[in-house]
Design a protein around this ligand. Structure first.
Ligand SMILES: [Zn+2]
Length: 280
C-alpha cells in the first residue's frame, strides 16, 4: 500500500443521497474507500431525504447518518415532522443536521427559521448529539442564539464556515467546530481562505459538501456529472484535494493536518462511528 492511500480521511459533511449523484452510490463509495475516506457524515435536509440517508447508513459502514430540517426546505415540512425526526434518530446512532439559518437565499422566508432551528438544537442538546449547522448572512443572530443555548455538550459543527474571522474565537468558545470545503480554493474566495488561519487546530474539520461546492478544476480528482442535465457535480472522492488545499493554506504537511482532523472528527462524531477502526 502506498503512503498516500494509507492516510485516513474524514468527510464532516456531504449529501451522498442527493439525486444528482444518481444511482451510482456503490461506485462512489468504492472510490472514496480507495481514497482513504474512513467515515463521512451524510446529511438529510428534509423529511424526503431521511429514508435515503438511513438506507445508505445501513448499507455502508463508513456512513454516519445525520437527520435535520435545512432552512431551504422548511416549506415542505409536514405537521408530524418533529415526530418523524425523532423516529429516524432512534433507528441507529445519528447526528442532527443539516439545520440552520439563512438570510441570503432570495425568496426564502426567514419567519419560521429560528423556531425550527432552536427546536432541533434543543433536541441535539438533550441527547448530546453533534449538530451540523448551515448559516448564511445570519452570523450575529446565530451567535446570540447559540450563546443563549442550550447547546450539545460535545460541540457542534459550523459546516462550510464562511463567517467573519473575528467570530471564529467566540464561536469556538461556545463549542464550534469549523469544516471547510474545496470550493474555497477558488480564486475569488480569498477572504474565506484567510479565515482558515484563524481556526484553532483542535476545531478544524474538512468536508466535500458533495455534490455541491465543486473545487477549482485543477483540484478535481474525480470528475462527475449530473446524469439528468450533464452539469458538473462534486464527487465525494475529491475529499483528498480539500485536505491538500487546507494543508497548503495552513503551511503544514498534509499528514499532520490529517491526523489532527481525525482526532477532531472522532471527538465530535466518534461515538456515532459503527466501525471500531474509526473510533480507536
Ligand atoms: Zn450541506
Amino acid at each position: 500500500m502506498t503512503r498516500r492511500s494509507a492516510m485516513r480521511l474524514f468527510d464532516a459533511h456531504n449529501h451522498l443521497h442527493d439525486e444528482r449523484l444518481g444511482d451510482r452510490t456503490a461506485d462512489l463509495v468504492k472510490v472514496c474507500a480507495q481514497e482513504g475516506v474512513t467515515a463521512m457524515v451524510v446529511n438529510g435536509s428534509c423529511e424526503e431525504d431521511w429514508p435515503a440517508v438511513l438506507r445508505l447508513a445501513q448499507q455502508f459502514p463508513q456512513v454516519i447518518p445525520s437527520f435535520g430540517y435545512h432552512p431551504w426546505y422548511l416549506h415542505e415540512r409536514t405537521a408530524d415532522w418533529q415526530q418523524t425526526l425523532r423516529h429516524f434518530l432512534e433507528q441507529m446512532p445519528a447526528a442532527i443536521g443539516e439545520i440552520g439559518l439563512d438570510r441570503w437565499k432570495e425568496g426564502l422566508d426567514y419567519g419560521p427559521q429560528e423556531e425550527v432551528f432552536l427546536w432541533q438544537l434543543q433536541l441535539a442538546a438533550e441527547r448530546n448529539l453533534p449538530a451540523s449547522i448551515h448559516c448564511l448572512q445570519a452570523w450575529g443572530r446565530l451567535y446570540d442564539l447559540l450563546r443563549a443555548g442550550p447547546r450539545p455538550a460535545r460541540g457542534f459543527l459550523l459546516h462550510s464556515y464562511g463567517g467573519p474571522k473575528e467570530m471564529v474565537e467566540p464561536l469556538a468558545k461556545l463549542g464550534a467546530y469549523f469544516s471547510r470545503p474545496g470550493y474555497f480554493a477558488h480564486e475569488r474566495k480569498a477572504r474565506h481562505r484567510e479565515t482558515f488561519r484563524y481556526i484553532p487546530p483542535d476545531r478544524l474539520l474538512i468536508e466535500t459538501d458533495a455534490p455541491d461546492q465543486l473545487p477549482p478544476e485543477n483540484r478535481i480528482r474525480h470528475f462527475l456529472t449530473d446524469p439528468s442535465n450533464g452539469r458538473a457535480v462534486n464527487h465525494p472522492g475529491n475529499l483528498r484535494s480539500v485536505y491538500e488545499f487546507a494543508a497548503e493554506i495552513r503551511s503544514e504537511p498534509v499528514e499532520v493536518l490529517a491526523s489532527r482532523v481525525e482526532e477532531n472528527f472522532n471527538r465530535l462524531f466518534g461515538s456515532l462511528c459503527p466501525s471500531p477502526s474509526v473510533s480507536e
